[in-house]
Design a protein around this ligand. Structure first.
Ligand code: COA
Length: 464
């Protein structure tokens, strides 16, 4: 059951039937259909509901078997007791993939029905996403087949979630944080399609640059496949996983949530390491790092320079660099000389390069140009502390311009801007324009550290 075509139908269905599409606002089958329409899906939509003539202005059918055209994807939103019969009908209709929203399967001990569901699906060559999920969104296809928020920003970060409620919450959070996503996939019970299948598909997807996963646990016996297959995925794209259930009590909670085996946390650590997966401990970390991967090139070397207007943040960044294995370069006398010209006479061209609190936008631009053009520098951390004389928005615009000019140098840059309201706006602007920016020096440095970790992993496996 590894037919890629059916996963193609999961992300880019040509037509969708919503079985259990509802006429009543507030029901999941209503919100889901509304989201599909309002997010701008261009394919054909077929609501299936034995009691309705039409739903939201679209002709409804009593059964999927009555639909006159082909159906790629069937979203099932009927109560659990009807799911198997509906799945059988979908199979007869030639549906390629079932998206089963309905709860009440293995997560509550109803393993038999879940097994049967997969058997029916496979009998007809269908794949199953779920059951017990909030749906799937794929922004390049203008598809929001979820009952989460309608708004989903387009971008290159894919998000796979084994938790439903958290996934829905994070959907909303990505919008607030202006994080653009390619795909959001709810995994639920993973009766058939699992995290590996989806990751493999996304590793080939040109619209996805980085894959993020909220994982509670793998199915017993699937560890080896996970490591072997994810190794192939991470050769193509960075994967960041937040693995919940690290603590003993957390592991027990995860087991009763999605029915997955949480296993010893140490085992997961080893598996992630072997597979080249980067592990985050918080959702904030996961998206911080994803932003960096999404917008900057993978580093080529270890030598990092910090450019700052504040000694304090420079020191904090230096500490974070040491803690997280980021090597700060020792600038050569020639490089120091060039940097010195980019700062007031009382600045420091050592690393961290201190442009001083009197730094102007021109000083930053000059120092950044020197860094980009120097063969000694592989990576750049640019830091800013709000000062009365330097407007953060003006500085952000200048940084974006320099970053764009030197994209061909393939040197990743991350920014840490510390200050108040307008500094926050500058951070948003930087992120929007492809410079990963954070409200602290440490978060910027750690994001770069994770890119370096990935670079080292790739170098190691490519040598083997
Ligand atoms: N074929 C097509 N439509 C059918 C049907 C069938 N066999 N049987 C019922 N329907 C219709 C109903 O008439 C209804 O439409 P209406 O409101 O216009 O009358 C619609 O399908 C929904 O059926 P209903 O019986 O009202 O179910 P519900 O909306 O209360 O619950 C689920 C259905 C799937 C949402 C519910 O069973 C469930 O599993 N909820 C949990 C979902 C969840 O949390 N998933 C995980 C998230 S992470």
């Amino acid at each position: 059951m590894s037919n890629k075509n059916n996963l193609e139908a999961l992300f880019k269905p040509k037509s969708i039937a919503i079985i259990g599409a509802s006429r009543h606002p507030g029901k999941i089958g209503y919100t889901l259909m509304k989201n599909i329409i309002e997010y701008g899906y261009k394919g054909k939509i077929y609501p299936i509901n034995p009691k309705a003539e039409e739903i939201m202005g679209i002709k409804a059918y009593k059964s999927i078997l009555d639909v006159p055209d082909e159906v790629d994807m069937a979203i099932i939103v009927v109560p659990a007791q009807y799911v198997l019969q509906v799945a059988e009908e979908c199979g007869k209709k030639g549906v390629k993939v079932l998206v089963v929203i309905t709860s009440g399967f293995s997560e509550v001990g109803n393993d038999e029905a879940e097994k049967k569901l997969v058997e029916i699906a496979h009998k007809y060559g269908m794949r199953v996403l779920g059951p017990n999920i909030f749906g799937i969104a794929y922004t390049p296809a203008k598809l929001n087949a979820t009952f989460g928020p309608n708004e989903v920003l387009e971008g290159p970060i894919a998000f796979i979630s084994q938790s439903g409620a958290l996934g829905i919450a994070l959907m909303g959070w990505t919008v607030m944080e202006e994080i653009g996503v390619s795909a959001i996939v709810s995994m639920g019970n993973m009766a058939d399609i699992d995290v590996v299948d989806v990751s493999k598909y996304l590793s080939e997807d040109p619209n996805t640059k980085v894959i993020t996963i909220y994982l509670e646990g793998l199915k017993p016996g699937s560890g080896r496949r996970f490591v072997e297959e994810m190794k192939k995925v991470t050769m193509k794209k960075p994967v960041i996983v937040i693995k919940a259930g690290r603590s003993k009590r957390g592991a027990m909670a995860a087991a009763s949530h999605t029915g997955s085996l949480a296993g010893s946390d140490q085992v997961y650590n080893v598996a992630f390491k072997q597979a080249g997966i980067i592990r985050a401990l918080t959702t904030e970390e996961m998206f911080d790092w994803a932003r960096a991967f999404a917008s900057q090139p993978i580093p080529k070397g270890e030598n990092t320079i910090i450019i700052t207007n504040g000694g304090g943040v420079g020191v904090l960044a230096t500490d974070a660099a040491e803690d997280h294995g980021v090597k700060l370069l020792e600038p050569s006398p020639e490089l120091k000389e060039k940097l010195r010209k980019a700062m007031p006479w009382f600045g420091s061209p050592k690393n961290p390069v201190d442009l001083t609190g009197q730094a102007s936008t021109e000083n930053y631009v000059e120092a950044l140009k020197v860094a980009y053009e120097s063969d000694e520098v592989d990576n750049i951390v640019v830091l800013y502390c709000r000062t009365a004389i330097l407007d953060p928005i003006e500085l952000a615009k200048a940084i974006i311009e320099v970053n764009n000019t030197y994209r061909n140098k393939c040197k990743p840059m991350v920014a840490g801007f510390v200050g108040g309201k307008d500094t926050f706006e500058a951070i948003r602007l930087l992120n929007r324009e492809g410079v990963p920016a954070y409200p602290s020096a440490e978060r910027a440095v750690v994001s770069l550290a994770k890119m370096l970790e990935y670079m080292r992993y790739l170098k190691k496996v490519k040598k083997q």
